[in-house]
Ligand binder design. Structure first.
Ligand SMILES: Cc1cc2nc3c(=O)[nH]c(=O)nc-3n(C[C@H](O)[C@H](O)[C@H](O)COP(=O)(O)OP(=O)(O)OC[C@H]3O[C@@H](n4cnc5c(N)ncnc54)[C@H](O)[C@@H]3O)c2cc1C
Length: 465
């Protein structure tokens, strides 16, 4: 659908108005030094300001769960951080100097490092047992936030691991849904104009449901995945729960979309609306994939949800493409991903009856633009939602909820060791030079720059301004 320039201009003007209003409201709500969040933000900020410390910190966080003794933790701390000692504050240098790995001081240093890493992980991971998870999602509910739960895990490489992944979701749905279904109703979180919205919402990765998820064997992979997926879908239907399929690396995208379409077209699931999939705007192919899903969903006859995100594997995709000498599947400029996110947002709102929009972003410009399109096309508040990650942009989550939007928090749960890869991805995202959140926390930031239309950012870059 082509849109007239006057409509585009009106949406842009509204985006600017909403964006600046959101910014002004957030300015008044920043955490203070008395809050734990302030300290976590500032520790992260300090550690990430220096590229060399950041690299050592990632190496350390990555290896930490495998270190069994205080002595080995202290030894790794010294090994990694001695390489960048000149960049550390004096107190940290002193700590490295005077503590021997097997001394009392070395052990204290190791204990401290472990506790801090655990706190950092707790900020992004909701717990490892169903009871801990229930506590976390109940807390979110009290704050006016909905949730989707995701089990953290390493790559599944054996059939017992795929069975365990399936069982964890079955346990989660059957254990949690009866409890969340008993919560008192919240109109904002539990209903839209089409009716009831399931409270117990889970997100899963298809590649974890089989030990050989291989694009070169689409039929074999699809068969194995569907066999483990169907019981999860049946349990979800039976318990009024919702199932969302996450998107992984580019190499898995087409197979993931294909399996999704096959299973949700089966007679048993064809009339079930409580499901959805992710589309990544950092892929130039996102528009074609959404068009394909629109045609498919019309044939299906029952709508699905689309979580639109930019994509979490940018570093991985660019490094792998360069290493193998393949064309890079993702955009190379940040403004291009932002711009595509906005184009696909418009597409979703224009087709919201079939592809129900869930905007997964912490970028205020991207979200303000979505709000402007919802208003332009009269899409009611309850029939689309905003999704954000657990532990990220918490003031924004609360603000949007107070404004009446349904905000769903993507809440990972699981053990710390398999969770470390997730943690490192979140740290990378939080601290990359191009990240919206990093700019938003920079006190010298210019609001004009923060809300500039992505295409204008591209034009300015091309002109070298
Ligand atoms: C609820 C929720 C669920 C999610 N589920 C998934 C999922 O299933 N699969 C998935 O892949 N991701 C997922 N993500 C992560 C998401 O893709 C983004 O990585 C993350 O949200 C950061 O994007 P942003 O819009 O919040 O921030 P922004 O700072 O505006 O955008 C950062 C993003 O821009 C892109 N980018 C950065 N640098 C460049 C560059 N030089 N050129 C081009 N693009 C660049 C990257 O995608 C990066 O993540 C999810 C996010 C949320 C909030």
């Amino acid at each position: 659908m082509t849109t007239s320039t006057s409509v585009q201009d009106a949406v842009e003007a509204e985006t600017q108005r909403i964006g600046r209003d959101l910014w002004a409201q957030l300015e008044r709500r920043r955490p203070t030094v008395f809050e734990r969040r302030w300290w976590l933000d500032h520790i992260l900020e300090w550690a990430m300001a220096d590229e060399s410390i950041k690299v050592q910190m990632f190496r350390f966080v990555d290896v930490l769960p495998m270190l069994r003794t205080h002595e080995s933790v202290a030894r790794h701390l010294q090994e990694y951080f001695n390489e960048v000692r000149g960049h550390l504050p004096w107190a940290a240098q002193l700590g490295l100097d005077i503590s021997q790995p097997n001394s009392l001081l070395g052990k204290a240093l190791a204990l401290n490092a472990r506790t801090n890493a655990r706190k950092m992980a707790e900020r992004f991971i909701a717990g490892s047992k169903v009871e801990e998870v229930l506590k976390s999602v109940s807390r979110l509910r009290k704050q006016g936030l909905a949730f989707t739960l995701d089990l953290l895990g390493e790559a599944v490489i054996s059939e017992p691991e795929a069975d365990a992944y399936q069982q964890a979701y079955l346990d989660l749905i059957t254990g949690l849904a009866p409890q969340t279904n008993a919560w008192p109703e919240s109109r904002q979180l539990d209903r839209d104009e089409a009716g009831w919205i399931p409270r117990c919402n889970v997100s899963l990765k298809l590649s974890a449901l089989c030990s050989h998820f291989k694009p070169i064997d689409p039929e074999g992979s699809a068969k194995a995945v569907k066999e483990r997926l169907r019981p999860i879908l049946r349990a979800a239907r039976e318990h009024d729960a919702y199932v969302h399929v996450d998107m992984e690396h580019y190499a898995y995208k087409d197979l993931t979309l294909e399996i999704f379409k096959q299973v949700f077209m089966e007679d048993e699931f064809r009339d079930w609306p409580d499901c959805g999939i992710v589309i990544q705007a950092y892929l130039p192919e996102a528009g074609d994939d959404l068009q394909g899903l629109l045609e498919w969903v019309k044939e299906r006859g029952t709508p699905i949800w689309i979580r639109l995100v930019k994509g979490a594997y940018w570093d991985y995709e660019t490094v792998v493409a360069e290493y193998r000498g393949w064309p890079c599947p993702v955009y190379l400029e940040k403004w291009q991903s932002d711009d595509n996110f906005e184009r696909q947002t418009q597409f979703l709102f224009e087709n919201a009856k079939w592809l129900r929009p869930a905007l997964g972003s912490h970028n205020l410009r991207s979200l303000a633009h979505g709000m402007a399109w919802a208003k332009q096309l009269d899409v009611p508040e309850g029939s689309w939602e905003i999704q954000m990650l657990y532990g990220m942009a918490e003031e924004q989550q609360l603000l949007f909820s107070e404004m009446g939007y349904r905000v769903r928090v993507y809440t990972p749960f699981g053990e710390l060791i398999p969770g470390m890869a997730y943690l490192v991805r979140r740290l990378l995202e939080n601290t990359s030079n191009d990240s919206f959140l990093r700019h938003a926390y920079d006190t010298s930031v210019n609001v004009e720059d923060l809300f500039r239309k992505p295409a204008d950012v591209g034009a300015m870059q091309a002109a070298g301004t």
